[in-house]
Every structure is written in C-alpha cells, then in structure tokens.
Design a protein around this ligand. Structure first.
Ligand code: SAM
Length: 330
C-alpha cells in the first residue's frame, strides 16, 4: 500500500468533487430523457452532511436546465457516465476474462449497477475516506457487486502499482483502464507516472479511457459554472485543477504502440441525442475524452497489422496528427 490518504475526506477539496459528480448522476437518473441510471447516486449525496441539501432532481433547481452547474455540468456528467458505461461494458466483453481498473473511482457505482461479463474482475483506486464513505452507504443499502471488486486506498500521486498488484491484478490478463474526471486534478508528474504505469501493467491487450482539460483562456474561466460551484457549493474547481504544463499523453501512448481517439462531449451529444447545451463561454468545450487501445496481435510476416478497432458506436476515424495536438494542458 502506498502513502495513506491524509487531508482529503469526501467533503473536502478534490474528494468533494466526487459528490458533485454523484449529484449530477442523481439528477440524470431522474430525467425524463435520462442517458444513465445510477439508483445509488442520490443516497450518496444525501449521506454526506455537506451535500445533504444539494439537488438530486432538475426540478429541485430553481432555474432548471438554465443553471450552469446542474443544467449543464450535471448533464455533462450524465452523458460522460453513459459513454463510459457503454465503453467499459463493450471493452470488457471484447477482453473476455479481463480486468477493469477505475483510477480515482470516487463515488462511481458501476461495480454494483452494470451487468459485467462473466469472468471480469474489477479494481478501484481512490483515497481511503472517499472509498470508505461510499462502501458504508452502499452496504447500508444492501447493494451487491455484480463482479468481484477489489477496492484499494492509495494516493495516485505516489507509486500505486504495487498496491494494485498486491490486490491481485494480473498484468498478463487483458485490462481496461478508466481515469474519469481525474487527470484534471493531478500534477504533470503524477499523470506521466499514471500513463507509464498503465502501459507497463498492460502486458496483454488493453483499453483506456481518460479525460483531460486543455488550457483555458480567461474568457473560458469566466464561465458562470465555476462561480456557481464556488459560491453556492463551496467547490473551487479552478483552484483544484492542476494547470502545470505537461507533455501530450497521446504522444507518449502512440510511442508505446497505443492507438488513440480524442473526442469532445459534443461529439457524443450528437451521437446519443442528448447532452449539455452549448454555452458561451463554455468551460466544457476545453474537456477532451481520450479512448486508447493496444492489441498485442500475433502476426505472420505476410499479414499486415491493422489498427485495432475500439468499436464505439459511430466508430469515428482513428488518430490523426491533428488529434494529438488537442491533448495535454498547454
Ligand atoms: C471528480 S472526482 C471523479 C470521481 C469518479 N471518477 C466519477 O467520475 O464519479 C475525482 C476523484 O479523484 C480522486 N482523486 C483525486 N486525486 C487523487 C489522488 N491523488 N489519489 C487518489 N485519488 C484521487 C478524488 O478523491 C475523487 O474521488
């Protein structure tokens, strides 16, 4: 086990952002045109003293969908949840008998609410306080995992690979990795180490989803969703984001044989038919979702290796050089 979590409980700092995402998922769950269903989210929001009065339905928000935090960021979380649900389930089905590792899992409940293919093993890593809060609430609700789950308390700024291996992760089995809403908060060195560790521990086939934020201009930082989060809910997102310059991670992955696709949430709004409305300024326009995969195909000299398909719906084109320019915080 690496350095034990210290200052950050579920209601403090970055841990509090996990509650924000859970509230977004609760609201999404109750929408008439819901993209994702998380029946546990509202219970997690209600269980933390600081969020007990937060909205869990869009009808609880005085300005409803016009509210930049719950109407727009909340909807973004709903869409992201659905896109990742679909990605993880199809990736787990492709990687039979594989392992799914959620880095910075927060209050995510996929191990309890998704129908995982037989033989899948799940791992989640976050701070001790965040995980113990989540599992206390879920235990109280009688929630049961649908696949074996190993929860690991670790600080992702440290070396977390030995904790994962100690928990039973097998590098030679196929693996699917997720860093949802995480890299935005990690220093450049921790991001570099995370990509390095995912690559090193993916000895077999692997797939990876992660989210990044591009450099935000002063105009974008004036998006009212930041002010509402800070003033009304005590979450200073701009203060929590780590804007240290970093090397584009897609370039690192490409050097190591991974294929990547970089997408905006808008791409999936069009695909799924619902999502956060456009706004100006729009902080969500600087977020990017990266899908990466690597297949250790055995080829004979006469075979031509082809780019592995991630088989997302709509199957957009593979990585182009221009996609690589989108990555990283400038
Ligand atoms: C915005 S939340 C997202 C949680 C979850 N992935 C989701 O989408 O619901 C960010 C999560 O990353 C975790 N996190 C941030 N920095 C971390 C670190 N250094 N070590 C472990 N976890 C960290 C936080 O505790 C929090 O749960």
């Amino acid at each position: 086990m690496t350095t034990p979590p210290s200052d950050d409980g579920v209601t403090e700092g970055v841990g509090r952002t996990a509650l924000l995402v859970a509230a977004g998922r609760a609201i999404e769950t109750h929408r008439a045109d819901s993209l994702a269903q998380d029946p546990y989210a509202e219970h997690l929001v209600r269980a933390a003293p600081d969020s007990v009065h937060w909205p869990i339905r869009i009808e609880d928000v005085p300005d409803g969908d016009a509210n930049p935090l719950w109407g727009r960021l909340g909807r973004y979380f709903g869409l992201r949840t659905r896109v990742i649900d679909d990605f993880l389930l199809s990736a787990a089905a492709r990687r039979a008998g594989g392992q799914v590792v959620q880095l910075g899992a927060g209050l995510d409940t996929r191990p309890f609410r998704l129908d995982w293919p037989a033989g899948t093993t799940l791992f989640e890593i976050d701070r001790e306080h965040v995980l113990s809060f989540k599992h206390t609430v879920l235990d109280r609700l009688g929630a049961r995992t649908t696949a074996p789950l190993r929860s690991i308390a670790a600080d992702l700024r440290d070396d977390w690979s030995s904790a994962l291996l100690d928990a039973g992760f097998a590098p030679d089995r196929p693996s699917v990795w997720l860093a949802e809403g995480l890299l935005l908060y990690l220093p450049a060195e921790a991001e570099r180490q995370l990509i390095d560790t995912v690559d090193r521990l993916t000895v077999g086939d692997g797939e990876l989803f992660y989210e990044i934020k591009l450099h935000e201009s002063a105009e974008i930082r004036a998006d009212p969703l930041y002010a509402v989060a800070r003033q009304e809910f005590g979450i200073d997102l701009l203060g929590l984001f780590d804007t240290e310059p970093r090397r584009p991670s897609t370039a690192t992955l490409a050097e190591r044989g991974w294929s990547t696709q970089v997408r905006t949430s808008h791409h999936f709004t069009l695909e799924y038919g619902a999502g956060p409305p456009r706004a100006r300024p729009d902080a969500l326009s600087s977020n990017r979702w990266v899908f990466a995969d690597r297949v250790r195909a055995t080829t004979t000299p006469t075979e031509t290796p082809t780019a592995p398909a991630t088989r997302l719906r709509g199957d957009p084109p593979r990585t182009r050089p221009s996609d690589l320019l989108l990555d990283g915080v400038e």
